[in-house]
Design a protein around this ligand. Structure first.
Ligand SMILES: *Cc1c(COP(=O)(O)O)cnc(C)c1O
Length: 371
């Protein structure tokens, strides 16, 4: 993957490693300086250094935001205080009463927020179960379309290009939550989406030590509107967290390569295990889910693991295992969850960057202790 920079075309791996470098002529600092100052001196009346107040613009966050825009190939990048505030920011732009079409299998927190918006009479949501459903559910009444691909936790992919084409035909804005694949595997704006967002808490940050969100817009107009809204409502990323996220991004390419290699090995192992009913892995990225034959053994299985940590979240260097039914997706009503395949025999794994042999050995011994 190639990116244009001032010095010509460089590979994304190079771009990532170099974020913030060559930008500090006074000191030569290779690392992005961390500006904690909330306010900035004005040279004189009517003049500004370009920085006035940190909610509006902060030099550390600015380095991060321009890197995010380059990574997702958009015009404007914004860093928010969490993935949910990124979702909220994107949904701050539509008129009350708008009709939104969304994937059925969504991050539980996004679903909870959409339910809340609907309850308050802000928007009306129409959920779609599979790719074909978008053809019929997106109409001239649709204001925006919100998708995750692959879906969470069922890991099914939809074609962004196809949904972008349908959205465009009906003049609906397409928003993609790209948390699972990151721009290294999939760049939604290049495939026709209008806005891409992330929970940067996951792969972009990558170390389970930072809560953050990212929004990138394709057009300058949408980007300017979102920047205006973010400054108005205030859920910006703090300077220190911006600095941490820059630090995390520098190794994103290395980490994703290893996450994916390990996930492929773990998926292969699980497919041969007689105690596993089904493995859900799209072949790309570091996330996978599987269904266990005997659901009643889940508690023991989780207790038997010693390298995998039973915890929510994903995308960090440490391997985590999640039980979506009671954790990430508990806010989706049981009957609804099960109707689309999120059954209580399903476990989700975020494969870390450890040695894959150790991960497989850990799963193996945890299964072997079950009867
Ligand atoms: C975690 C997550 C979110 C929410 O992000 P936070 O940083 O936890 O607020 C949104 N979308 C997806 C796909 C996620 O995994």
């Amino acid at each position: 993957m190639e990116k244009k920079t001032q010095s010509g075309k460089i590979d994304t791996d190079t771009f990532l490693a170099q974020i913030g470098n060559h930008q500090n002529p006074v000191t030569g600092s290779i690392n992005t300086p961390l500006y904690f100052s909330t306010t900035y001196e004005h040279p004189t009346l009517g003049e500004s250094t370009g920085y006035d107040y940190t909610r509006t613009k902060n030099p550390t966050r600015e380095v991060l935001e321009s890197a995010l825009a380059v990574l997702e190939n958009g015009t404007v990048g914004l860093a928010t205080s969490s993935g949910m505030s990124a979702v909220q920011l994107v949904f701050s732009q539509f008129p009350v009463g708008s009709e939104i079409v969304a994937s059925r299998d969504l991050y539980g927190g996004s679903y909870r927020y959409f339910q809340e918006l609907e309850k308050q009479g802000v928007y009306q949501f129409i959920y779609v179960d599979d790719e074909a459903g978008f053809e019929t559910k997106i109409t001239d009444k649709t204001t925006a379309v919100f998708i995750e691909t692959p879906t969470n936790p069922l890991m099914s992919e939809v074609s962004i290009e196809r949904i972008a084409a349908i959205s465009k035909k009906h003049q609906a804005q397409l928003i993609v939550d790209n948390t699972f694949y990151t721009p290294l595997i999939q760049r939604p704006l290049d495939l026709g989406a209008d806005i891409v967002l992330h929970s940067a808490t996951k792969y972009l940050g990558g170390h389970n030590d930072l809560l953050a969100g990212a929004v990138v817009a394709r057009s300058k107009e949408v980007g300017a509107q979102l920047a205006y809204q973010l400054n108005t409502t205030g859920a910006v990323l703090s300077p220190f967290d911006s600095w941490l996220l820059i630090r995390g991004l520098k190794t994103l390419a290395l980490r994703m390569e290893r996450h994916e290699k390990n996930a492929q090995a773990v998926a292969k192992y699980l497919q041969t295990n007689a105690k596993v009913k089904e493995v859900l892995y799209p072949g790309r990225g570091g996330m996978l889910s599987f269904k266990i034959n005997k659901q009643e053994q889940i508690k023991d299985f989780l207790r038997n693991l010693s390298i995998f940590t039973f915890a929510e979240s994903l995308g960090g260097v440490e391997s985590l295992i999640t039980y979506p039914t009671t954790q990430t997706h508990a806010d989706i009503p049981e009957g609804l969850r099960e109707s689309y395949g999120l059954t209580p025999d399903l476990l989700r794994i975020s494969v870390g960057i450890e040695a894959s042999e150790d991960l497989i050995a850990d799963l193996k011994q945890a299964f072997e202790q079950l009867n």
